[in-house]
Design a binder for this molecule. Structure first.
Ligand code: BES
Ligand code: MN
Ligand code: ZN
Length: 498
């Protein structure tokens, strides 16, 4: 995809379609007003006839404009004539791009950055145009014979005045970096478990480091993990024929002595549940159990492209969780890297077994903060659905920063309590803790388990089980929470140094 800022007058633009907004009270946006006079009142005619009510998300495509160089105009309803909410803005952008999925339309100029969005500036609006458009045109074709995608859009320009160019441009660059990060995340997540194995994921991390000189990658093999004592992680991979990989990405563009931000992503390339086997219905979706790991890769791609002045470590413990003669059995007791012992009461609660050793491993980086992201519990879907990710952590300031970043990025998180009372549920008669806490408050008890391995640093956990992919007819990865994490890191990079 090609992105640019366009400052030329609308009548001179060379593109397949110009996108402009119209409000519900028939008020035209400034660009729509300009096009209306170029076309001798065409847009007003359409609106006054009632062919476009201006409701948010409604669209009308004018596919021929006589006596003009303009090929097509897309009118997009913006709703009430007042500053749009961020969510309504996204809705209008989505409607626009979805109505342009036609083979003839390859290049578009989007004039919607001129709409007022409550509390948001040009930079934010430009960034969101790129993010929403890129997200909507993504289509997974890697394993299809027909590689043709519904959308043929290859070039997106954002209309701006000369005065607005600088802000629009920086928003565009942010949008491009984040959109490309999300695209990588979605692609890896959509790949099936027989292609995207732990080894494949490690290879992709190495590929990424070849594209960005600021990224260094190292891979721990099972023998290295044995030497480190990662008994919890290795107990999961023992049941799989695919060797586990522990991927470390190192990005050091901050002050030499600045402590790193550590991101940990669950990289289960397939979760069958192990001996506590899952139900067959929907089990294919467990190829998405590596979305956390893929989001770490996507976020680091965005960070490297934006050259943020930060030090960041990405950790991706990666394995399969399969039933096997050598797999974990209910009742087995493991010794984690921290030395703490764990009784496995359900082999399907495997994510926390990988993450606990990754958290212990994170200690060696002397982190500023640690954020883990994982498709950890079905209970999170029950509690929060597919709208917002679960957030739990041991530090209010970090949690508040993530809440704020999610709000800005339109990639929200919602905090759940991580109180001492819930720790009770993890009691075991035979080990330091059980790996499950019963049926109540499953998302919280999973985080309680992780918290026991995160006592030495400021830590937050994102449960993305509901938000990382869509189910049903539009089944596919969403690329969340790359946008949220990128925003958090952009904000960190702008903070004055302590
Ligand atoms: N990967 C799953 C969680 C999951 C389930 C994500 C459904 C998305 C949709 C995780 O490894 C798991 O199996 N968790 C168990 C935990 C339980 C055994 C305590 C779950 O949620 O059922
Ligand atoms: Mn599981
Ligand atoms: Zn899992």
């Amino acid at each position: 995809m090609d992105y640019s800022i366009e400052t030329a007058p609308l009548e001179d633009l060379q593109c397949d379609c110009i996108i402009v907004g119209v409000y519900q009270d028939q008020q035209l946006s400034p660009s729509a007003t300009a096009l209306n006079s170029i076309t001798h009142g065409l847009i007003n005619t359409i609106v006054s006839r009632g062919d476009l009510s201006g409701k948010n998300g409604e669209t009308v495509l004018i596919n021929a404009v006589p006596d003009s160089k303009i090929e097509r105009i897309l009118l997009v309803g913006l709703g009430e004539n007042k500053p749009l909410s961020a969510k309504d803005y996204k809705k209008a952008l989505l409607a626009a791009v979805n109505s342009l999925k036609k083979p003839q339309i390859k290049s578009v100029v989007c004039c919607l950055a001129e709409c007022d969005v409550a509390g948001r500036d040009r930079q934010w609006k430009s960034r969101h145009i790129i993010e929403v458009f890129n997200d909507a045109v993504y289509q997974f074709t890697h394993t299809k014979s027909d590689k043709e995608t519904e959308s043929q859009i290859q070039k997106i320009s954002i209309a701006a005045t000369e005065a607005e160019r600088t802000l629009a441009h920086s928003g565009m660059l942010q949008g491009k970096a984040i959109a490309e990060g999300m695209e990588l995340t979605k692609h890896l997540s959509d790949l099936p478990g027989n292609i995207c194995t732990p080894t494949y994921l490690a290879e992709q991390a190495i590929e990424l480091s070849k594209k960005y000189a600021s990224l260094n990658v190292s891979i721990l093999e099972e023998s290295d993990m044995t030497a480190l004592g990662m008994g919890a992680l290795l107990s999961v991979s023992r049941g799989s024929r695919q060797p586990a990989k522990f991927i470390t990405l190192n990005y050091q563009c901050g002050d030499k002595d600045a402590k790193p931000i550590v991101l940990i992503g669950k990289g289960l390339t397939f979760d069958a549940g192990g001996i506590s086997l899952k139900q067959p219905a929907g089990m294919d979706e467990m190829k998405y159990d590596m979305c956390g790991g893929a989001s770490v890769l996507g976020t680091l791609l965005a960070v490297a492209q934006l050259q943020l002045p930060l030090n960041i470590i990405g950790l991706i413990p990666s394995s399969e969780n399969m039933p096997d003669g050598d797999a974990n059995k209910p009742g087995d007791i493991l010794t984690s890297m921290s030395g703490k012992t764990i009784e496995v009461l359900n082999t399907d609660a495997e994510g926390r077994l990988l993450l606990c050793d990754a958290l212990t491993y994170a200690e060696r980086f002397n982190p500023e903060v640690v954020i883990d992201l994982a498709t950890l519990t079905g209970a999170c879907l029950v509690a929060l659905g597919r709208v917002t990710s679960g957030l739990l952590g041991n530090d209010d300031a970090l949690c508040n920063d993530l809440l704020a970043a999610g709000e800005t990025a339109n990639d929200s998180v919602w905090r759940l309590p991580l109180w001492e009372e819930y720790q009770e549920q993890l009691k075991s008669n035979f080990a330091d803790m059980a790996n499950v806490g019963g049926k109540d408050a499953g998302t919280i008890t999973a985080a309680c388990f992780l918290a026991r391995f995160a006592e030495k640093f400021r830590w937050a956990h994102l449960d993305i089980a509901g938000t990382a992919w869509r189910t049903g007819p539009t089944k596919g990865a969403t690329g969340r929470p790359v946008s949220l994490l990128s925003q958090y890191l952009i904000n960190r990079a702008q903070q004055p140094k302590a």
